[in-house]
Design a protein around this ligand. Structure first.
Ligand code: DGL
Length: 285
């Protein structure tokens, strides 16, 4: 299937950032667009392929097996479209499936996303931190390990946000329903006196202004999209110059696919990222 490209343009390309590559990015839905945006600004020459599995969102309230199967299906599709690197732009899918994807395709560089506990501990003054994420992420083994390794002595409030990613999927970032959910999930962090809040789901950066308003200006908000983009740059730098999957020179275009309504994905990508790109339907098999 071919979907028209949209040029990245604008960003300055030097060194590895100027190198072409085909990068596949996926999420349970629209949230991974926050990661795509960061990758695009770091690697303006790269061809970016984005899959929104909105037909199966939210992942955060699903099982390990289900998320594992979806991730494998999407990863295979991205590789069939020429992806040389895959970015799992979803904290939940990373917790559930990144290990499996790396075992399944040992030669494929795979970048995962995890809540920014480490930078939060480094930047918090009072060592009182809140982590906002999906129920799945907060209950996962991977997240427990992350807390043990990087949580230090901080008092960390874990706040699951069921329903929030689903509401953001609607594409309307200032609705009364969204404001109410954000208010509700911010309250326990305020009560605990946190000075740092981690957005542990890639959907949440799109409502960062609502969180900032609910938490107050004194609370620092941490999002890991930039760190993920920098890690992607490092992996791209290490790719072989003539990857067998590369069919031509990269042009800095973006292609989009959705397992729900491709027109909705295209419309949101335009509204949130300024992308002028049509979207295709993700094949079922
Ligand atoms: N965007 C996803 C994440 O980073 C998950 C949202 C969901 O599907 O529950 O965790």
């Amino acid at each position: 299937m071919s979907v028209p490209h949209s040029g990245a343009g604008g960003a300055d390309a030097t060194g590895a950032e100027g190198r072409g590559a085909v990068i596949g990015v996926f999420d349970s839905g629209l949230g991974g667009l926050s990661v795509l945006r960061a990758i695009r600004s770091h690697l303006p020459q790269a061809d970016l392929l984005y899959v929104a599995d909105s037909g199966h969102a939210p992942y955060g309230e699903k099982s390990d097996e289900f998320i594992g199967e979806r991730s494998e299906h999407i990863c295979r599709f991205l590789m069939s479209q020429g992806a040389e690197v895959v970015v799992v732009a979803c904290n939940t899918a990373t917790a559930a499936a990144v290990h499996h994807l790396r075992q399944r395709w040992p030669e494929l560089p795979v970048v995962g996303v995890e809540p920014g506990v480490k930078p939060a501990v480094a930047q918090s003054h009072n060592q009182r931190i809140g982590v906002l994420a999906t129920p799945f992420t907060l209950q996962s083994e991977k997240f427990r390990t992350l807390l043990e390794r990087h949580g230090g002595q901080a008092h960390i409030v874990l706040q699951p946000c069921p329903g929030l990613a689903r509401e953001i999927e609607q594409g309307e970032l200032d609705s009364a329903a969204l404001r109410e959910l954000v208010r509700q999930f911010s309250q326990p962090l305020t009560d605990a006196g946190v000075d740092t809040a981690v957005l542990g789901c890639t959907h949440y950066p799109f409502v960062a202004p609502l969180f900032q308003q609910a938490l107050g200006d004194g609370v620092r908000i941490i999002d890991t999209a930039e760190a993920v983009a920098r890690q992607t740059v490092r992996l791209v730098r290490d790719l072989p110059a003539n990857h067998p999957a590369r069919t031509g020179a990269s042009t800095g275009g973006v292609r989009l696919w959705s397992s729900a309504d491709p027109a909705h994905l295209a419309q949101v990508a335009h509204a949130w990222l300024g992308l002028k790109t049509q979207a295709g339907a993700l094949p079922k098999e």
